[in-house]
Design a protein around this ligand. Structure first.
Ligand code: 6R9
Length: 651
């Protein structure tokens, strides 16, 4: 495995926290000291002080059976009560939990008292539908308050949610429903996106026709898009006929800290997405801790906005669980950043006086392209902290974010973590860390990170290596749903009891960590993970395709873009008169099979693929081609003339 070191490493700018910011900061250097003195006692303190336990725990970590960790396992708590009822009981029921903004401009404020009520009603309906502890509920919703309600209602009754991003296709939804054996789907008629209603319920109908397990007994439908849909008698129910009518009395019980909370599917190196499993007490501890300290949350005064969709892990940890556990007031926005005008996000920041903004480098780069005059039309002076997640943020984008959006003097925190880690693992702490554009910087207190060579020896000095987490952490994944072997193989086989993250990294002379991208066949497109293998299998599933190879080519806006090379079946070649028609058809096919995010930027129809003597496709050479570079060393190819032929076909 070779790791490429980016030119960004020459970056040398440093930004000291301002004395005003440091003076009011939530986090103090004592957090590092306490964690260093006794890591487990530190996490136990966080779990006790940030959460409300029904039964206090006495055991912090059980690591007797690695890689299966148990945190706080003799304690019990209810995750929904921690996110809702306890804030109401503390007298904060009137605080706004969600400033919800619909894409067409409709909006709704939901207080903690109202959200608590709604979750209790939904919990009663779920119970009436026969959903109990450990049952799986698939959630396929737009960014509307009901998405948050649905997740917390599951948590409240001990059911396990599996949120599927609304942009995923019927096939993707069906395979996730089957893998988790979900018995209920919560969806909406449709939602708003780019000025139009996109249908969701019809996709669910299609998915249920395709799902082989036949496990789904009911579909609960929120009315949002008001598009025409069909309701199957005896199976489908409207949210407004059930949840709105239900009682708001609901006694919540405590569940064991290791009670499963959710499954979230993410792409791995093979074609089949992995159902990452998270549990309750440890997960909630670390998301609450990082949300409070990394974002310097002052819940009485801040307005926080994380732009991620609840369909991704960032939406789980930093839209739903972290902010609500901390009693934050936040913005929830349904639509796209440029609808109905390119200043929509900045209009929202101005309208709600957003003080903390958490978004992805791909969004920042698209705004950079549009120019600073668009954000400058709005008053962004309420902002006091900016965050970034999803992929490495290039120093140019970091500086632009700080200056154009942040006004030049507020902290920008770049946070590294994964679906598997559950919560932020590497980040500056605002008010403490000297900021360095382009570097994710330091492990958060209580987290142990190292950089190892392929053979497991620590990388000394400034060479690149593989990022590992050397000690178990509270919000770590507890497994892959239904596949403990794959869990061990993927993350724990390479370095024994150290967690292998799949990212390349390097530490500079100050000890700051620079992420260098994935070292496996996982691409990062607009901050979302896609697997080359998954898109290749989709391409090969098309009747015209004989063979396909997919690479992630660097892209100015999306970070990486999907580029496919396809050989058509001989029987098809004569029917395809124009290769660009075939390419278009295959792009469309991938979008319908997996989802629009997976649609290749380009599909090249070629006669051959570059292969080694053992038959492995050399994607490195295809990447050179896709990125417009001179093609690298071809000597290990079985037939060295192949690349010349492909290059001619592509150019
Ligand atoms: C939270 C999230 C995880 C992968 C991860 C890495 C990349 C995320 C990053 C970053 C550099 C950052 N990644 N944050 N790379 N700097 N601040 O994105 O989870 O969708 O599971 O993706 O994203 O490659 O391995 P997930």
């Amino acid at each position: 495995m070779t790791v490429q070191i980016d030119h960004a490493l020459e970056e040398i700018r440093r930004f000291r926290p301002s004395p005003e910011f440091a003076a009011q900061a939530v986090a103090g250097t004592r957090l590092y000291e306490e964690a260093r003195a006794d890591r487990l006692a530190f996490w136990a303190d966080q779990a006790r002080s940030l959460l409300q336990w029904e039964t206090p725990f006495t055991r912090t970590l059980d690591w007797s059976n690695p890689p299966f960790a148990k945190w706080f396992d003799d304690g019990t708590l209810n995750v929904a009560v921690n996110c809702l009822d306890r804030h109401v009981a503390a007298g904060n029921g009137d605080r706004v939990a969600l400033h919800w903004e619909g894409e067409p401009g409709d909006s709704r404020d939901v207080t903690y008292a109202e959200l608590t009520d709604e979750v209790r009603r939904a919990a009663n309906v779920l119970t009436d539908l026969g959903i109990g502890e450990h049952d799986r509920v698939a959630i396929y919703l737009p960014m509307i308050p009901e998405a948050v309600v649905a997740m917390l209602a599951c948590a409240r009754i001990g059911a396990i949610h599996s949120v599927v991003f609304g942009g995923f296709s019927a096939d993707s939804l069906a395979s996730r429903i089957d893998d988790a054996e979900a018995s209920l789907v919560i969806t909406a008629d449709g939602g708003y996106r780019k000025g139009k209603v996109f249908p969701l319920k019809p996709v669910v109908d299609d998915a249920l026709a395709k799902a082989e397990g036949g496990t789904v007994k009911n579909v609960l439908v929120v009315r949002r898009g008001e598009n025409d849909i069909e309701m199957a008698d005896g199976r489908d129910l409207w949210w407004h006929d059930t949840v709105a009518q239900a009682s708001n009395e609901h006694e919540a019980q405590g569940f064991e800290a290791e009670h499963p909370l959710f499954i979230l599917y993410t792409s791995g190196t093979t074609g089949k997405p992995k159902g990452i499993l998270h549990t309750s007490g440890g997960y909630l501890t670390q998301v609450a801790f990082t949300h409070k300290n990394v974002f310097d949350l002052h819940p009485e005064t801040d307005v926080y906005w994380c732009t991620a969709d609840v369909g991704w892990v960032t939406g789980h940890s930093y839209v739903v669980y972290g902010p609500l556990a901390n009693g934050a007031t936040q913005v929830l926005y349904e639509g796209t950043p440029d609808t109905p005008h390119p200043g929509r996000w900045w209009e929202i920041v101005e309208k709600y006086r957003v003080s903390i903004l958490y978004t992805a480098p791909t969004a920042i780069r698209s705004f950079m392209k549009l120019g600073r005059q668009i954000p400058h039309e709005f008053n962004l002076r309420s902002l006091r902290l900016l965050g970034s997640v999803g992929e490495p943020i290039n120093p140019e984008a970091w500086i632009w974010y700080r200056h154009v959006i942040g006004g030049g003097s507020i902290p920008v925190v770049d946070t590294w973590w994964q679906t598997e880690t559950g919560a932020i693992m590497i980040s500056a702490l605002p008010g403490i860390t000297d900021l360095k554009p382009g570097s994710a910087q330091v492990p958060v207190p209580g987290i142990s990170i190292d950089i190892l060579a392929d053979d497991g020896t620590p990388v000394e000095g400034e060479g690149g290596g593989l990022l590992v987490v050397t000690e178990p952490w509270p919000s770590m994944l507890r497994g892959i749903w239904g596949d403990p072997e794959r869990f061990k193989e993927t993350y724990w086989e390479k370095f024994g009891d150290k967690y292998f993250a799949g990212d390349g990294a390097r530490r500079d002379e100050d000890g700051d960590i620079w992420l260098l991208g994935r070292v496996d066949d996982v691409m990062n497109v607009s901050g979302h993970r896609l697997s080359t293998a998954e898109i290749e299998s989709s391409l090969v599933a098309h009747p015209w395709t004989a063979e396909a190879a997919v690479v992630g080519a660097s892209d100015e806006t999306t970070g990486q873009a999907v580029v496919a090379f396809v050989i058509l079946k001989a029987s098809q070649v004569e029917h395809v008169t124009d290769p660009s028609d075939a390419a278009e058809e295959l792009r469309r096919h991938v979008a319908t099979q997996i989802g629009a995010i997976a649609r290749p930027r380009q599909v090249f129809i070629v006669n051959e693929l570059p292969k080694t003597r053992s038959g492995k496709i050399m994607r490195r050479l295809l990447r050179d081609l896709a990125e417009g570079r001179q093609v690298g060393d071809t000597t290990t190819l079985a037939d060295t003339s192949v690349m010349t032929a492909i290059t001619e076909q592509v150019r």
